[in-house]
Design a protein around this ligand. Sequence first.
Ligand code: ARG
Length: 584
Amino acid sequence: MTISALLESKLRSATASFGPVEARVQAANDARFGDYQTNIAMVLAKQQKANPRQVAQQIIDQLDVADMCAPLEIAGAGFINFRLKPEWLAKHFTGFLSDARLGVPQPEHARTLVIDFSSPNVAKPMHVGHIRSTFLGDALSRIAEFVGHKVIRDNHIGDWGTQFGMILLGWKTELNKEALAADALLEMERIYKLISARCKADPATLQAAQQELVKLQSGDEENLQLWHEMIRLSQAQFDAVYARLGVRFDVTLGESFYNPQLKDVVVQLRDRGIARESEGAWCVFSDQVGKPENDPFLIKDKDGWRDNPAMVQKSDGASNYTTTDLATLEYRLKTWSPTEIVYVTDGRQQLHFRQLFAIFGRWHSELAATVRLAHVWFGAVLGDDGKPFKTRSGDTVKLVDLLDEAEERAYALVTEKNPEASEADRREIARVVGLGAVKYADLLPNRQSDYVFSWEKMLSFQGNTAPYLQNAYVRIRAIFRKAGEAFEVGNTAVELVEPAELSLAKKLLQFGEVLPFVLEDYRPNLLANYLFELATIYHGFYEFCPVLKSEGATRTSRLALCDATARVLKQGLGLLGIEAPERM
Ligand code: ARG
């Protein structure tokens, strides 16, 4: 059990006489407030209209923590502060050392999460905008799985839609076979852009493209075959990127997989009165239940609230992104019975998902009640100029180019730091450091904020970066190489005497508290920040507490602290999809 869970359970007994209340204990973010804190007295006092400091005292009188904590303190408006006793901590830490799960508790209720992430579009290269979805979704999947939940990684590829009319026309009239062989996505994107520009200027081209689309939709043999080829070529390139990034999926079910269901979705929405006809199209409007501020089918302008319907069938009879997502949602619930479905996309799709979830709730109210639907959205990647990140020539940055550049830059740094290492070693370290730097820089900011892409910052060995964390790991590994003797962690009895030893042990024990927290609101940045704090505390420890030069029990327990730090760093980075090199 984590320390916070232990304190929470003790608090629950101590507050039983007050009636039900959620006991929440959190690690204090300032040592002046002890090691852990709770605001439970303030919550109870508010419920009972009582004095919070008095309630805090009543709780303390009932609380049985004398073995764990120094006498409790009441702080500020009624916080209760807990300070752990070093002897208790040392005993507790011994259990942690032999725990393969590094103190991460098995969840009381295992959840089943469908995580919909990456989801690039066929016939278009993946660009930096897909980075965040891929990295965030991968990290969340790894974390949920490690904690003990079941995860279905679902790549909802955009393999259907009106763009295929133009790409088909381009394929038949403008395709450069050599360019296609060299870089299929680039060539498909080129013909798409070419035809799409022509369509704007020339009604005949537009009509020809529309005809290609109609032919595809009605099952024309040739167009279907070309479309399959486009998907195959795109998927091969996506797969190469995923292999390079160490990202995997359990299923790749593109939008087209749901085509056979779409008509029926619209019929049901229509028959149940959820969708209404509007100028030939079928749309879902507000049901006028609830506040307009929370209603995704209303929008406010200068004249007040007006309709903001979601279309589920266009006037030409075609379905769209919303219809497909409705069918997808139904399929996922019926196939996997998940407790939650997580959609990782950029913030511009917020309205789409609010409307989607609301329509689904009206369409399948019973099923909807069984699942938590979460749109895990993120902000943009910006260039130095504060505008969306572009290449010097103004094009969107291709993911592959970005990863190549990361490895090249890391190679230069590694070579500078470690010129004696063999070429192959330097390449391998550069790969791990370069990819790690890009991933970490992307996962570190609060996902909802935009961030500025900076090579210098993300590749720095100082500050909150992947190279800094990887370097901390490498330095610990070097200690063990120097120590020479095999180190058996097992049930090492540890001595925690120096403040730096105590802080490090406490921080290590928090690993098990951070991970479940990450999953509450799907925020891997909390793990990134935890790892940075851990590495920083470790550096402090390393400075004040000689390891190899100390002796006897002190040496053993310091080695145990080093070993535990290395394992948590490696595991934690691994959960962010980042490797930890043995040397760098
Ligand atoms: N293909 C979409 C895009 O690139 C993302 C799909 C997200 N998932 C979903 N179920 N809508 O914007």
